[in-house]
Design a protein around this ligand. Structure first.
Ligand SMILES: NC(=O)c1ccc[n+]([C@@H]2O[C@H](COP(=O)([O-])OP(=O)(O)OC[C@H]3O[C@@H](n4cnc5c(N)ncnc54)[C@H](OP(=O)(O)O)[C@@H]3O)[C@@H](O)[C@H]2O)c1
Length: 253
């Protein structure tokens, strides 16, 4: 139980990649805050699943796209974890994209653009800011970016720009927290089979075509991304900071 006695907050952990990360952290012994926005039943089911295997977790509802939501989420974490410093691992995972190509350069609406900025870019900035005093020395921050943050992706232009911004935040944060032995890295998933891609997964041939483009010849699954996060939270990774780690099966190499 290498994370025994440690605490962790995973945003957007009710489903998909965040749920897999929360599960792995709890399996390793961490006490995990499972944040969700709307999927209450899924978040509570995950907490129950973790408890059934002897782990510790609690669900915390908050829309991290607002500062009020972020503050209420962190107040709930303080209540469960105790007074600051009280956090060892922060995973900024919550993210939104558009349905299909709704976030493309040609079609993106102002409403969707602002929503993606709020959840994908503003939230990690302010959650990290508010967690600076909450994080214990030698803590870990992992931001979940996207392969889209480094590539030209016109159908997802607005989304990709938020993930590029997250790369920048990761590097600035790494410099700020380094004197305390805290690391900050970004894991950039490739194409992963989650509800995030439901519109694309329904398109005939998309999954097969994307798997063919991927050197490892399949779509990712949430556990693939959780594995990369676990690699970065381990003690052995204490000298790795400010880095972008692609977990993509080699897509777009
Ligand atoms: N799937 C991919 O192919 C892929 C590729 C690259 C990067 N990513 C990134 O990986 C991360 C997770 O993606 P995923 O595929 O797991 O997505 P997903 O299956 O759509 O799940 C998204 C999660 O984020 C939560 N969430 C959304 N808006 C939120 C908000 N305002 N406040 C709090 N939680 C919120 C959702 O909670 P509720 O259900 O409660 O609303 C859900 O738990 C995202 O940052 C995404 O950009 C995904």
């Amino acid at each position: 139980m290498e994370l025994s006695g440690k605490t962790a907050l995973v945003t957007g952990a009710s489903r998909g990649i965040g749920a897999a990360i929360a599960r792995r952290l709890a399996d390793a012994g961490a006490h995990v805050a499972v944040n969700y926005a709307g999927s209450r039943d899924a978040a509570q089911a995950l907490v129950a699943e973790i408890a059934a295997t002897g782990g510790k977790a609690f669900a915390v509802q908050a829309d991290v796209g607002t500062l009020d939501g972020i503050r209420s989420m962190l107040n709930a974490c303080d209540a469960a974890f105790g007074g600051a410093p009280n956090l060892d691992i922060l995973v900024n995972n919550a993210g939104v994209g558009g349905e299909g190509d709704a976030g493309s350069l040609k079609k993106c609406s102002e409403e969707l653009f602002d929503r993606m900025i709020a959840v994908n870019q503003k939230a990690p900035h302010f959650i990290t800011q508010y967690c600076l005093d909450r994080l214990r020395d030698k803590g870990r921050i992992v931001n979940i970016g996207s392969l889209g943050g480094r590539s030209a992706l016109p159908p997802f232009a607005a989304y990709a720009a938020t993930k590029r911004a997250l790369q920048s935040l990761t590097m600035s944060t790494a410099v700020v927290v380094a004197p305390r032995g805290i690391t900050c890295n970004l894991v950039a998933p490739g194409a992963v089979d989650t509800e995030f891609n439901s519109a694309l997964l329904e398109k005939p041939g998309w999954a097969e075509g994307t798997a063919k483009l991927t050197p490892m010849k399949r779509l990712g699954v949430p556990e693939d991304i959780a594995g990369a996060v676990m690699m970065l939270v381990r003690d052995e990774a204490h000298w790795v900071t400010g880095q972008i780690v692609e977990a993509s099966g080699g897509l777009f190499l």
